[in-house]
Design a protein around this ligand. Structure first.
Ligand code: F0G
Length: 466
């Protein structure tokens, strides 16, 4: 064996990257209200904002795109998509949606009512927003090991099964319409969930007669990490591990923009025909007929191919190793990160990176601004801007449990030299960390405020002019 792990693909089409200067970027980020979501992507050098919908499709997927059949009803593209999802995951009813959050909205509309409680290891922001929009409570029950960002514990994405048991005893089954596991746990540092934990969660749910769902968008990466880290799985294929986890569940939501490596698409799946019927009724209202669900036939073809490509072990080996490479190098340079590295991203720990800033100073925002200005690298804050909230009456900021900056790695897009550049940029910002400034929000929306908020540095000229 050789020690160099190569990208297991060749590149046959390229997209130029415009190399902007730090001076240009200083102006651009200020015009963007210090919010990286407001930047134009052509002004970004390495875009690690998300791994969602940003992957490079394969030649087989592009061939699928050409084969797409755009019939309104009964398209063969739908049947190829449905066959692929059934084959990989084993769920009987498969409902296409334009992306993961549409699947979430339909699922919670059908299953939840006001006053309900939905437990999850950690809700992703859109999942939380969709639960709350229904008037229900989104309850995060991460395992206690997640609190220590430095330990080697291999499955910090796990749910605290004791707390789940308590939740099902009080408030009780009548108010808990379903429980969910997010694999991997994106808001909790991209950490994997072990099969043992999924099995324990499924068992508690079954005993209380509560449906158990997976938020499955990164289930292939989670399965690869199980294969690497969990006793008894080294010799099982990733496809088998994925199926074993799905076999524990009653259904799933899936953003296919992650592990199915497509630019748009998702689905909702269940074993329950009565639930599926209600979901399809809602689907027709807002997404489309059940054989396309807001997608083009060509998109369904790309998902059908991507469902299998995401399970390819040479690809997963390269992907997980390259994420690990970024994590290892940053840690070695003394940069505090969520340890161990997960599948799709490295999470910088902003509390330890900038200990002079309080959560209400938005240290993660400050870091995203610097990473962009210094090197044109776009990461995303997953901290008090994204997951905290402002009390409508007192105006007081409620901080998030963690202050993280996520560097998410698009699938099959960047090579090792791009990652080496990112290591240099992050290390440079870390060397100058005392200069990181506090930020405050000047404009925000009532839901999912991180997408559109405008901020300013505390003590800036514009702030003092107010
Ligand atoms: N669940 C998880 C765990 C996610 O990470 C996402 C999206 C969704 C659901 C929603 O799916 O975007 O297709 O509607 N995560 C992206 C991210 C946006 O950057 O992590 P979607």
């Amino acid at each position: 064996m050789f020690k160099t792990i190569i990208e297991p693909f060749r590149i046959k089409e390229v997209e130029p990257i415009r190399l902007s200067t730090p001076e240009e970027r200083t102006d651009l980020i200020s015009e963007a209200g210090f919010n990286v979501f407001a930047l134009r992507s052509e002004n970004v050098i390495i875009d690690l904002l998300t791994d969602s919908g940003t992957g490079a499709m394969s030649s087989a997927q592009w061939a699928g795109i050409m084969r797409g059949d755009e019939s309104y009803a009964g398209s063969p593209s739908f049947y190829r998509f449905q066959d692929a999802v059934r084959d990989v995951m084993g769920f009987e009813h498969v409902i296409p949606t334009h992306q993961g959050r549409a699947a979430e909205r339909i699922l919670f509309s059908v299953m939840c009512k006001a006053g309900d409680v939905v437990p999850n290891n950690s809700h992703f922001d859109t999942t939380r927003a969709n639960v709350e929009f229904r008037g229900a409570k989104a309850l995060d029950l991460p395992c206690e090991e997640l609190a220590d960002p430095d330990s080697d514990f291999p499955f910090k994405g796990n749910m605290d099964v004791g707390l789940l048991e308590q939740t099902l005893a009080e408030p009780g089954r009548a108010r808990v319409p379903l429980a969910m596991l997010t694999v991997t746990n994106n808001s909790g540092g991209g950490q994997p969930v072990s099969m043992a934990n999924a099995r324990a969660v499924a068992e508690v749910c079954r005993r209380h007669d509560v449906p158990f769902y997976l938020d499955a968008c990164r289930i292939a990466e989670n399965a690869y990490l199980i294969k690497q880290r969990e006793t008894g799985y080294a010799h099982k294929s990733v496809a088998r591990i994925v199926r074993e986890m799905c076999d524990l569940a009653d259904g799933c939501t899936m953003s296919a923009k992650k592990d199915a490596i497509v630019n748009i698409g998702g689905f909702l799946a269940t074993r329950d025909s009565a639930v599926a019927r209600q979901e399809k009724d809602l689907l027709i209202l807002t997404e489309g007929f059940p054989t396309y669900g807001g997608l083009a036939g060509r998109d369904l073809e790309a998902i059908a191919v991507g469902m299998y490509e995401g399970l390819d072990e040479d690809y997963l080996h390269y992907r997980i190793t390259s994420t690990r490479y970024l994590g290892d190098h940053l840690r070695r340079a003394g940069v505090p990160i969520m340890w161990p590295p997960g599948g799709h991203a490295i999470y910088l720990d902003a509390r330890r990176f900038a200990p002079h800033l309080a959560p209400s100073d938005f240290p993660g925002v400050s870091m995203t601004v610097e990473l962009y200005t210094v090197g044109g690298v776009r990461g995303v804050e997953i901290g008090s801007l994204m997951l905290g909230s402002r009390d409508a009456e007192t105006g007081e900021e409620k901080p998030a449990a963690r202050e993280l900056v996520r560097l998410a790695i698009p699938r099959r897009v960047y090579t090792q030299s791009h990652i080496d550049y990112v290591i240099e940029v992050v290390t440079r910002v870390h060397e100058h960390r005392e200069e990181l400034r506090a930020y405050r929000i000047v404009e925000q929306a009532p839901f999912l405020r991180h997408f559109s908020a405008r901020l300013e540095p505390v003590g800036s000229a514009s702030a003092s002019a107010r």
